[in-house]
Design a protein around this ligand. Structure first.
Ligand code: XBP
Ligand code: MG
Length: 268
């Protein structure tokens, strides 16, 4: 079945955003004089919880504080997260976050081939709009037919809900689309929705159990900076992943019947 849509995760897949998120969280904590500051190592662990509000709440639940203090801190979560989102979108709008290598190229190859684009992300619409506008220009948002994100679903990744919402809104079956992810939570979500998934891990997610992925690559890469050892290791034609080859991975041509194989073998 032909691939009719690419469904992109955002954080870690479209762009390596988690350092900017980490800094924004810490700025919000500082603004509220909480004395919290998430290190890179701590944040890498905290990323096991998807969703910024849920991440702050899980951090609070692990604090050694009284029940009353925990309740007070829990009451701050929406305000803290809104503040964090303001810091994050401001940083993105200043151009501090770039798309990962090969993402813009793959997006335009897919569009040129008549393939639609969608997003399935845990982050907020505000963050996505800021990122697409700052990296793909004022019409960046218009390149995507569907943006499924944040609180649109009750159960966030690794639940499959956000990918199911994206597929339903696209009007497609899982076999007609491909998911692109960076994390184990994301992979569990996309495969839970029945999607063949390409995983391109980052520092924040590398070393995860990606066995359910259809393909794992360090990145999409570019002609001028091809993947080491490619083509020939996993890729067949070029040292960067082209839309056409991605489709052959996700939706391989049907196996030849014995007669077809015989006939093909007879071709000069
Ligand atoms: C990754 C997440 C998000 C971001 C922070 O989302 O889990 O929570 O870490 O963004 P994705 P928010 O599904 O795009 O990988 O604070 O807006 O949640
Ligand atoms: Mg991600």
């Amino acid at each position: 079945m032909a691939i009719e849509a690419l469904i992109f995760d955002v954080d870690g897949t479209l762009a390596d955003t988690e350092e900017a998120h980490r800094v924004a969280f810490n700025l919000a904590f500082e603004r509220h004089r909480l004395g919290w500051s998430w290190s890179r190592a701590e944040y890498r662990h905290l990323l096991e919880v998807t969703g910024g509000k849920e991440r702050i709440a899980s951090y609070i639940d692990a604090l050694a504080v009284s029940t009353a203090e925990r309740a007070r801190l829990r009451g701050l979560v929406p305000t803290l997260h809104a503040e964090k989102t303001r810091f994050y979108t401001a940083a993105v709008q200043e151009g501090s976050v770039a798309l990962r290598e090969g993402v813009a190229r793959l997006i335009h190859e897919a569009l040129d081939a008549g393939c639609r684009l969608a997003i399935a992300s845990t982050t907020t619409a505000a963050n996505i709009h800021a990122l697409l506008a700052s990296t793909l220009g004022p019409r960046g948002l218009d390149l995507f037919s569907v943006i499924a994100c944040g609180d649109q679903v009750r159960a966030k990744k690794p639940a499959p809900d956000i990918y199911r919402l994206a597929l339903a809104t696209l009007g497609l079956q899982p076999e007609q689309a491909v998911a692109l992810e960076d994390s184990v939570n994301g992979l569990r979500s996309s495969t839970g929705a029945g999607l063949w998934t390409l995983v391109t891990p980052t520092f924040w997610t590398e070393g995860g159990d990606f066995r359910a992925a259809g393909l794992v690559l360090p990145g999409l890469c570019e002609p001028e900076a091809p993947l080491t050892g490619e083509p020939g290791c996993q890729l067949k034609t070029t040292g960067w992943l082209r839309f056409e080859e991605l489709c052959t991975f996700a939706s391989p041509p049907p196996a030849l019947t014995p007669l077809q194989a015989l006939y093909q073998g007879l071709q000069p």
